[in-house]
Design a protein around this ligand. Sequence first.
Ligand code: ADP
Ligand code: MG
Length: 431
Amino acid sequence: MNPRLLFWIPAGLRLSIVLAGAAVFWYLFGMFAGVVAVIAGLLILLIVQLHYLFQLSQWLEDPNSAKLPDGWGAWTDIFSRLYRMRRGDEKNQAELTEWLTRFRQAMSLLPDGVVIMDDVLFLEWCNPAAEKHLGLQLDRDKGMRVTNLVRTPEFMDYIILGRYDEPLTIGFKDRKLVVQIIPFENRRQILVTHDITDAERIDMMRRDFIANASHELRTPLTVINGFLEIATSQPNLDPQTRMSHLKLMSEQGQRMQNLVEDMLTLTRLESVDYPLRPEKVNIRMLLEQIEQEAVALSAGRHTISLQLGGPDLKGGTEELRSAFGNLVTNAIRYTPQGGKIDISWEDKDSGPQFVVRDNGIGIRPEHIARLTERFYRVDKGRSRETQGTGLGLAIVKHVLLRHDATLVIESEPEQGSTFIVKFSRKLVAES
Ligand SMILES: Nc1ncnc2c1ncn2[C@@H]1O[C@H](COP(=O)(O)OP(=O)(O)O)[C@@H](O)[C@H]1O
Ligand SMILES: [Mg+2]
């Protein structure tokens, strides 16, 4: 029914009842009684209205604690409509809160930073990624001007020029970030940040690797080309010189081959398409072969010993051969004649470990942390003399990474070095 009718009909009815009652009083008891009855009736109606008005005002003051009365007459309708409105509000509010929570959750999972600012760049809100990228703390920095928090000249220029359709790359603290401001609504702006530090580092490593590899390959190529030129321009060289040239060329050719093989091994070890397929590795057989190769390489210049005490492993035989072989080869190359090299396979509480100990030239402490970097050598000349590529320990590092193993290097200049490869007990193969 039309709400207005719902209001007027009961109100009119109640007024009619009062007037009719007063008329009956007048008829039965005279005019005075009639007037008193009208006043009394109206008073009662007024008190009832005032009572509900009071209840309504109380409810409005604190809608949550006070309960709405059922009401009387038109009040019933008013109260029930208010109640429905209130329920609708509550539902909207709950939906809004839920939506906001979901939005915040989604924002906090984003790998990119999002900062919401007002039109003059005062920080209103940001997600955890933005806190990390820009070193912000929302509760501390809220209301601060973003240009006071991110102080780099490039970012300032970006804001001053206001060319926001292009993103900007900035170096901020120790990170490299791509940032962009996106105006939205009329009076707000979003600052989006994307961290490219890792991508940039990988890119730099790749560039360095190509530069280093080209440099390493160029030296032997220059030597070979030089001798080839001599051979073509001086066809009548005596056989002895020619022989020595050929020997040097073949050495350089071997060096290039070693380098290319090491580079291919490294690439394969890093490739995701080439996962480790663990098999049972017969450590005794593997290490005895490595020892034989070491004896051959040393050609009687060193005393080499092998001790076997640990269990067999689960892993990649060829990869482990390459890693262990590299460490033993290094020990021989960097230990002068008459030196001693001890190879052992031990069983420790934490797991088995492979140890190569030499009493060679040793390594100064400042080099130790960098030894596993590609092409890093303490002494370039010495490494080349011994056919080193500078990639051996990088290969070792990658093989160990794939076996969850760690490399510990202990060394003292002029005293010798110990390389320890620690495996976890999880890798022990059941016999
Ligand atoms: N047992 C060792 N004693 C002394 N120095 C070593 C030893 N093993 C490695 N090094 C140092 O670490 C550098 C890196 O080793 P590696 O990656 O195998 O390259 P390289 O091809 O030069 O042997 C070597 O050039 C050498 O300076
Ligand atoms: Mg080496």
